[in-house]
Design a protein around this ligand. Structure first.
Ligand SMILES: [Zn+2]
Length: 349
């Protein structure tokens, strides 16, 4: 394994940012290559600790000559967000200097060609360019995130499904959300949309992997989960031929939830207040089931407002905080059919 340090100059003199990159050289030029990054939203750490558990497994495979395809690992992809604290609270989702989400405004290139990437911009844009320079060209691109509280699930572009079902099975996730429109420039969108524009023999979508991995909730930073997630990532790399491991059994077929993103109901809160949840991630609910009660005028008659399921489905996520503003989303319900909420079609991470 080679470790190198990436340096991103800041927007003022005397400030710069660094992050390490690990590279494992594969022995077979024809084997698929893989890129893994964690904590683009810099406070989302389940993927960081999973990578910490995975690297020794990769090093063992390297020592035994079992790495076939090149592997690039960025354990903590966002040094800018990692350093952002505001009045004691960590702020890893938006760049404070530009108010831009760290997982938005990636350039959606016309082709998978890093020479098309913009060279200029503010420091967060330069970081995004650098991450794409590191990742584009790999057959497998995994962007490790987490939700507020939630199941383990993947976002996958429709062009990669069901070809990626083996990956979902290998990782042992609970659900897969399929999307086909990204107008905001997520990292995942920037990793797969360029391949939609090139001939099929260049795109090779049958062996391509691009996904935003949602490793449950923000507090699910746990040693046992890190170990099992690392094993899931390792199984994926073996299943796709990046690593050779004949001792590993096949992971079987994917039996979790698969739903188009249009089926997700985001459930905007009708009032501001304190949330009393009646459901948790993984619960199956019927249409009309009580999802949550908002206590908006405590102690007063009529001070509670109930929120009901607009359709039957599975609770995918809910908020980690219990204070909510009117219009803010309470949870993600993966419905059995298309949501009546028009916002539900865009990639939400
Ligand atoms: Zn995220």
């Amino acid at each position: 394994m080679q470790k190198s340090i990436e340096r991103i100059a800041g927007d003022s003199e005397g400030v710069s940012y660094e992050f390490p990159v690990f590279r494992f050289d594969g022995s077979d030029k024809a084997a698929p290559s893989a890129y893994l990054q964690a904590a683009l939203h810099a406070g989302e750490l389940p993927g960081v600790v999973a990578i910490d558990a995975l690297v020794p497994m990769l090093s063992r495979a390297e020592a035994e000559g079992r790495i076939k395809g090149n592997i690039t690992v960025v354990p903590w992809a966002n040094p800018i967000g990692r350093a952002q604290y505001l009045y004691g609270d960590h702020q890893g989702r938006f760049h404070l200097g530009t108010r831009t989400n760290f997982n938005r405004s990636f350039p959606l290139l016309a082709a998978p060609d890093v020479t098309l990437l913009p060279a200029h911009g503010t420091v967060d844009q330069r970081l995004k360019t650098r991450l794409l320079q590191l990742s584009i060209g790999h057959d497998i691109v995994l962007d490790l995130h987490c939700d507020d509280e939630g199941l383990a699930y993947l976002y996958v572009h429709t062009s990669l499904w069901p070809a990626m079902a083996d990956c979902a099975a290998a990782m042992g996730v609970d659900a897969v959300v399929l999307w086909d429109e990204d107008t905001d420039g997520t990292f995942e969108g920037a990793s797969i949309i360029p391949y939609q524009n090139v001939p099929a023999d260049v795109a090779r979508l049958d062996r391509r992997v691009a996904t935003t991995v949602e490793y449950r909730g923000i507090l699910d930073v746990d040693g046992a989960l890190a170990d099992s997630d690392a094993e899931g990532l390792y199984r994926l790399l073996v299943a796709r031929g990046v690593i050779l491991d004949q001792a590993l059994s096949t992971s079987g077929s994917f039996t979790g939830i698969v739903a188009p993103i249009e089926n997700i109901d985001m459930m905007p809160a009708p009032r501001s207040g304190a949330i009393l949840y009646e459901v948790k991630p993984g619960d199956r609910v019927a249409k009309g089931a009580l999802l949550a009660t908002i206590v908006h005028a405590p102690g007063e008659a009529g001070g509670r407002t109930q929120v009901f399921a607009p359709q039957a489905g599975i609770i995918l996520t809910r908020r980690s905080r219990r204070i909510i503003r009117a219009g803010e989303d309470l949870l993600k319900l993966v419905g059995d059919r298309k949501s009546a909420d028009a916002r539900s079609g865009t990639l939400e991470d």
